[in-house]
Design a protein around this ligand. Structure first.
Ligand code: 5GP
Length: 191
């Protein structure tokens, strides 16, 4: 998606060789007009898939998932990273290692929010090692729901997650795929 690539080049900041900061338009300050264009792109890519639920993980996926759900005309659900007092009853759980913080946390979704009748599109801001997607896919499997695929804003294709998951037959549609990046040489996208 040209628009997203241009925005990454303009406003993204590379930290070291493996972290891209996009807090000014994707993660903390949210350009919801851009989110809508991203959502429309996924809507076209997943045309005819009858998506009934958008699933993401807190926190940075939530904004993108909410706008995407509006475009698909369904609800969005996010996996919570810890059990809080307002999550009660039976839950689906998976362990996820956070790319940015390195900590392992249990992510949970209450069982009534994902059912065997759901056709799920997973949405997230980044794909790096694929840990977040692996956990979310496990939640979909536990629910007996159908995974339609994954919509990712920015895939760092030099990290192994995308390759590993595609080899398992999972459909992943990334709107910007970074082939390489460094704070000295900048960002190179895949064709
Ligand atoms: P993975 O689980 O695929 O290793 O990493 C994806 C998750 O880590 C995403 O949910 C995202 O929040 C975070 N993440 C991974 N790489 C980056 C990055 O370069 N920049 C930012 N801002 N978040 C990242």
């Amino acid at each position: 998606m040209k628009l997203l690539e241009e925005r990454i080049l303009r406003d993204g900041e590379v930290l070291g060789n493996d972290v891209l900061k996009v807090g000014s338009f994707l993660n903390q300050q949210m350009d919801v007009t851009l989110f809508r264009q991203m959502a429309e792109t996924w809507k076209a890519l997943f045309h005819g898939e009858n998506v009934t639920k958008i699933l993401t993980i807190e926190a940075s996926g939530i904004g993108i998932a909410a706008i995407t759900a509006e475009v698909f005309g369904c609800d969005a659900v996010f996996a919570k990273k810890s059990r809080t007092s307002n999550v009660s009853g039976d839950v689906y759980k998976a362990m996820v290692t956070s790319f940015t913080h390195g900590i392992v946390s249990e992510v949970i979704v209450p069982k009534p929010f994902l059912t065997g009748a759901d056709r799920v599109l997973i949405i997230d801001d980044f794909l790096a090692n694929g840990e977040a997607l692996r956990g979310l896919i496990s939640l979909v499997d536990q629910a007996g729901a159908t995974l339609v695929g994954c919509g990712i804003a920015i895939e760092k294709a030099f990290q192994p997650g995308g390759k590993r998951l595609r080899e398992k037959g999972i459909r992943i549609e990334s709107l910007a795929k970074i082939r390489s990046m460094s704070d000295t040489d900048g960002i190179v996208f895949e064709d």
